[in-house]
Every structure is written in structure tokens, then in C-alpha cells.
Design a protein around this ligand. Structure first.
Ligand code: SAH
Length: 262
């Protein structure tokens, strides 16, 4: 019989979705319930308090401590503990899965890593808006804390010119207020002012707000840290308060042919 002698534990990087309890996957729930230690940003831990057990050790951290948070979680897993590192949305989208692998690579750790996917903000926001991501899209974070702004502008230019539906993550914070203004300017160089824009804040949370506007007027809406902005492509339309990007079925299957042919 094979006995398990290694004391190395597991670090599970868990995506808890946008915030609603019923948008946490069963696999993520199980990982949280089974973990001995739960680490994460305080705001995300507050979203899962119902799942936590008194005997679990909680390592709450504040926003700018990502590297320490990951290192701490990894060190505990290396000492044989089963640790869940909690991320909002999906752990591999502007979250901690990549950082964990970078740290493991750097330290030659033998720790076992598991990534559990979550419903990303772009999924949750698209669903409440209608179906804006039905064709090719680009996600761009406007945060220049770690990415140089000229590179972000280059990507905005490329996405705008190639007519990608464009999802803007981290559009604005208390201190970063100019980036969204510049993003709008770049988009307007390539797209009509009437292009539909969906703005969703706090998707799946108690204070969820969903707004439909257009490229010209989008800055009149309140945009903050918990907001995702989705800018349509040149075919995106609004129908009965829903934002829809056609996939092209109308051309292929003659949807509404009676109107067109008449
Ligand atoms: N890992 C997350 C993204 C984290 S980056 C994911 O997969 O979605 C943080 C940014 O995500 C925020 O600035 C905002 O743009 C977006 N975001 C996160 N949660 C959101 C929510 N509930 N509603 C709308 N946008 C959200």
C-alpha cells in the first residue's frame, strides 16, 4: 500500500463570481468548505461569510497587498495546509492565478496548485445587459498601476480599429479619472457616437445598477471601482432595453426576410 508522506498541502485559487451567492459554482463552494485556511481580500471574504466555518483560519488582507497575500497563502500550503485563496469573478482574469504561478516558478515550489474558475464580471455584466458579447470582443483594463499607459492606449486603438466589442475593466477610481475619458476619445475616432454602451456596477450584488447609454454620452453616467463598461461594435443595437451584438445569423438564415424582401 502506498502511503502519502509528503507534507505539502494544496493551494486552491478560487473564483467566487461577481458577488451573488447563487453565482458561486458548486466546485468553488466545495473548495471553500474543505479548506483549512481561507485567504483573500476583505471585500471578497465578506461575500462568502455564509460558507465559512468557525474552525477555519481566515487571512484577510486589504487591496494593495496582493503579493504578500499570495506569498503567505503559498507558504502555508508548503507547510502542509489546505489553503483557499479567494478571488472575485474568475481567478485568471485580472486576479491572482497568474501571480501564484509566477511565485511558484520563482521559488521552485512543489506545492500543488488548483485553479477553480468563476463567473467573471464580463459574463455577469453581459447577461444583465442582454447579449453584447456575441461576436469577437476584447477585454482591456484601464488600470495603469502595473501596465504602462501607452500600452493600454495602443490596445484601445487596436480594439477600436478592429471593431471588437470592448469590455473595459477597472475603468475609474478615486484617483484614476482621466483614463476613461481618453478611452472614450479613442473609441470615438473609430465608432459612431450612437454606438450602444452598457455600464454595469456591482453586478450580482445588492446595489447592482445597469445602464444603457451610447458612446457620446457614456461619461454622464456614474462609473467607479465596481463598474464594467461594455462598448458595442458597429453592429451592436439596443432592442427593448437590451444591448445585442448580432452574430450574423440574419445574413446567413434570412431572419426577418419578409421585411427585407418587401
Ligand atoms: N477577477 C475579476 C476582475 C477583477 S478586476 C473578474 O473575473 O471579473 C476588478 C474589476 O472588475 C472592477 O474594477 C470592475 O471593472 C470589474 N468588476 C468586478 N466585479 C464586478 C461586479 N460585480 N460588477 C461589475 N464589475 C465588476
Amino acid at each position: 500500500m502506498k502511503t502519502h508522506t509528503s507534507r505539502t498541502g494544496t493551494l486552491v485559487v478560487v473564483g467566487i463570481g461577481p458577488g451573488a451567492a447563487d453565482l458561486i459554482t458548486p466546485r468553488a463552494r466545495l473548495a471553500i468548505v474543505q479548506a483549512e485556511v481561507i485567504a483573500g481580500y476583505r471585500t471578497y471574504l465578506d461575500l462568502i461569510t455564509d460558507l465559512l466555518r468557525p474552525e477555519q483560519e481566515i487571512l484577510a488582507s486589504s487591496m494593495m497587498q496582493e503579493v504578500d497575500r499570495c506569498r503567505g497563502a503559498l507558504a502555508l500550503a508548503e507547510n502542509g495546509r489546505n489553503v483557499a485563496l479567494i478571488c472575485g469573478g474568475d481567478p485568471g482574469i485580472y486576479a491572482m492565478a497568474g501571480l501564484v504561478y509566477e511565485l511558484v516558478k520563482e521559488s521552485n515550489s512543489t506545492c500543488h496548485i488548483d485553479i477553480i474558475p468563476g463567473i467573471a464580471a464580463l459574463n455577469a455584466c453581459a447577461a444583465v445587459l442582454g447579449a453584447p458579447l456575441m461576436h469577437d470582443f476584447a477585454a482591456i483594463s484601464l488600470s495603469d498601476l502595473m501596465t504602462p499607459w501607452p500600452l493600454i492606449e495602443k490596445r484601445l486603438q487596436a480594439a477600436a480599429a478592429a471593431d471588437f466589442v470592448t469590455v473595459l475593466y477597472n475603468p475609474k477610481s478615486g484617483r484614476r479619472i482621466q483614463q476613461i475619458v481618453r478611452a472614450q476619445e479613442i473609441m470615438l475616432e473609430h465608432r459612431a457616437p450612437a454606438t450602444p454602451v452598457g455600464i454595469v456596477s456591482g453586478a450580482g450584488r445588492a446595489h447592482e445598477s445597469v445602464r444603457l447609454t451610447n458612446l457620446e454620452q457614456m461619461l454622464q453616467e456614474e462609473i467607479g471601482m465596481q463598474t464594467t463598461v461594455i462598448i458595442g461594435n458597429s453592429s451592436t443595437f439596443v432592442w427593448q432595453d437590451k444591448m445585442v451584438t448580432p452574430r450574423g445569423y440574419a445574413n446567413k438564415y434570412d431572419l426577418g426576410a419578409e421585411k427585407v424582401s418587401g
